[in-house]
Design a protein around this ligand. Structure first.
Ligand SMILES: [Fe+2]
Length: 364
């Protein structure tokens, strides 16, 4: 429950996330950065701990994970995390699907980390490139056709309830993004003959196969407001402030029940002297956070492309103190933040695939 009551006790900077004077700035908050919260100004780095047990950070590199679709055209993506609302999967499909796919368990939102190709759909083809978000809504039939020879990697967010664009807020309906920049497919009818066509029907851990005597993409036209689309991150408008590092939630892209999808993209750096440029230490009390480091650097330090991380709710995380000290030291040298990080916050705690946890712990 939000309130307008705020207190200030002990030693605190004048303004949030500025002029820390050696204090360690931590945010403890409810409801994913928009609910009640407290800044705690500490003596020590709150991420300086070691963890054992089921509730801990997970960090893995995409290149270290091998979904069965990497080497087998009939293979599947690898599940990373799940809760009742959402699942995260990694696909590295290199061969065209020798079947058609239809997920009747929820929407599939693909982020193209690596690769080019086409998602053929019954609404028409969607060509893709790195930086695309491709939404294949629940029960839409599609076929993934990667381009031959191109390295491929996709983070799939499967949501039980439908993904929707956010309601327009105080900045109006073109922010944070102009939905008319979506790519929406044109129908491309297939009439070719063949013996039979198979559609692989999936619902989480369940699978069926439907066999058709005609090509599933026989649509001559379509109309309505339920359709697959893609949106590239280059068309997303980044909002920033010169005097404070804004909370992640201002970079909302899509949302479904229990899950929000955020884009952290290149932008001018905060320029007011004394402003902290890196995300503050935080404990997100009500949301698990998943991030994919897509590309870019942070003030000259390369970000590991393909790093997938999971921070359970209530666990301190954030860049370490040495990175903060460097950002302050190099304040005058850099005037842009050059990261591209896809961040997905989930209301219910996620269960980590034990195989993913094992790989993370081996690399720690
Ligand atoms: Fe976070």
């Amino acid at each position: 429950m939000e309130s307008f009551v705020q207190f200030r006790k002990g030693e605190t900077p004048h303004h949030v996330h500025r002029d820390l004077d050696g204090l360690k700035d931590e945010e403890l908050g409810r409801y994913g950065f928009v609910g009640r919260q407290a800044q705690l100004y500490r003596e020590n780095d709150p991420t300086a701990y070691t963890a054992e047990g089921d509730i801990s950070l997970t960090d893995v590199l995409v290149e270290d994970l091998e979904p069965t679709d990497l080497t087998d055209a009939s293979g599947r993506p690898l599940e990373l995390f799940r809760n009742a609302d959402v699942r995260f999967l990694l696909s590295r499909r290199t061969e065209p699907m020798p079947f058609f796919a239809r997920n009747v368990g929820g929407d599939e939102l693909f982020f193209v980390h690596r690769g080019t190709g086409i998602f053929e759909t019954e609404f028409g083809p969607i060509p893709y490139e790195p930086g695309d978000w491709v939404l294949l809504p629940k029960a839409v039939t599609y076929r993934h056709v990667p381009e031959a020879g191109a390295e491929q990697a996709f983070l799939i967010i499967e949501a039980v309830e439908e993904f929707r664009v956010p309601e327009p807020g105080i900045l109006g309906r073109h922010f944070p993004f102009d939905s008319s920049c979506m790519f929406v497919p044109e129908p491309e009818v297939h009439t070719e003959g063949g013996p039979t066509w198979q559609v692989r029907l999936t619902r989480r851990d369940e699978t069926s196969v439907l066999t058709y005597q005609h090509h599933p993409f026989d649509v001559r036209g379509w109309k309505g407001d339920y359709f697959p689309f893609k949106y590239n991150i280059r068309d997303y408008n980044v909002i920033y402030s010169e005097s404070v590092h804004l909370p992640p939630t201002n970079q909302l892209f899509l949302q479904a029940e229990g899950v929000v999808v955020l884009n952290f993209l290149p932008r001018p750096a905060e320029s007011r002297e004394g402003t902290e440029r890196l995300p503050w230490y935080h404990r997100n009390a009500d949301y698990d956070e998943v991030a994919l480091f897509h590309s870019g650097d942070l003030f000259g330090v390369q970000m590991p492309p393909g790093l997938l991380s999971h921070a359970p709710q209530g666990i301190h995380h954030g860049p370490p103190e040495r990175a903060r000290a460097r950002a302050r030291r190099k304040f005058a040298e850099y005037d842009r933040v050059n990261w591209s990080v896809m961040s997905i916050d989930c209301r219910k705690p996620l269960t980590v695939n034990p195989e993913i946890r094992r790989i993370s712990q081996e690399q720690a």
